[in-house]
Design a protein around this ligand. Structure first.
Ligand code: KIV
Length: 275
């Protein structure tokens, strides 16, 4: 979908209808200016719980809170006019019961204006997905590598290799049958991602999956080269803004120390006395 031709943000049903068509474009965002920069180019923007690692310096996404997601969701909403906004449900806010998930998802949607929430998990989250979808909360599922479960998955490994492929396939079918309007496939073998994409009715959004997915997502700070603590193999850097920032700040520091900044054009003269 050409965002320039679009007058208003798509709804989850519009994203669903993009299955098998022009790939769905999405990125994460956490702030108003970044959301505004991507608004015209993306079909949807995800306020990912990656915000915890990317902006708050947390070691994983496990420490992200409802308050953080709501605050960043509100900031992103102010920057968007033509892309749909999805907000991640943080660890501990939905796993206990469908009722807990509904309470927190409804709060996220009411306080941020998000069109949908994303939650991690396949078969074991199908009941919750159906519960939310039946009560007016569109759900984007997230399977394969689910970063909120790194402690039980044994780290950030590729998921679904060899015999484990069938479990990821079952996860995809379960969330699709439960009514998820899209499913993120993170770090799964390309052949498996292609098989899931061909099998389920729900659009697949790949991150470290396959170009054959119905859409792609990246963490914006990764693709801009702003987050450099580590670079997963699936990240393509479209810019090296981290290096530019480092150079700019080093020049500023040099110029302050040498008194080259501020220059005459940055300072104010006394006002000429009036006669
Ligand atoms: O939190 C996040 O940024 C995500 C994407 C990587 C899909 O879940």
């Amino acid at each position: 979908m050409s965002a320039t031709a679009r007058k208003s943000a798509p709804l989850p049903d519009d994203i669903m209808a993009m299955k098998g068509g022009t790939p769905i474009v999405s990125l994460t965002a956490y702030t108003t200016p970044m959301a505004a920069a991507m608004d015209a180019h993306c079909d949807f923007v995800l306020v990912g719980d990656s915000v915890g690692m990317v902006l708050h310096g947390l070691p994983s996404t496990l420490g992200v809170t409802m308050e953080m997601m709501i605050l960043h969701g509100q900031a992103v909403a102010r920057g968007l006019s033509t892309a749909m906004m999805v907000v991640d449900m943080p660890f501990g806010s939905y796993e206990e019961s469908p009722e807990q998930a509904f309470r927190n998802a409804a709060r996220i949607m009411a306080e941020t204006g998000a069109a949908a929430v994303k939650l991690e998990g396949g078969v074991h989250m199908a009941e919750t997905t159906a519960f939310l979808a039946a009560r007016g909360i569109p759900v984007m599922a997230h399977i394969g590598l689910t970063p909120q479960s790194i402690n039980t998955l044994g780290g950030y490994k590729v998921q679904g290799r060899d015999a484990a492929a069938e479990q990821v396939m079952r996860d995809a079918s379960a969330v699709s049958d439960a009514g998820a309007f899209a499913v993120v496939l993170e770090k799964v073998p390309a052949a498996l991602a292609d098989r899931i994409t061909e099998t389920v009715a729900t659009p697949t959004i790949g991150i470290g999956a396959s170009a054959g997915c119905d859409g792609q997502i990246l963490v914006v700070d990764d693709m801009l080269g702003l987050f450099t603590a580590f670079k997963p193999k699936f990240v393509k850097r479209y810019a090296t803004l981290g290096d530019d920032i480092d150079k700019a700040i080093a020049s500023y520091a040099d110029e302050v120390r040498s008194r080259a900044f501020p220059a005459p054009e940055h300072i104010f003269a006394e006002k000429a006395p009036s006669k």
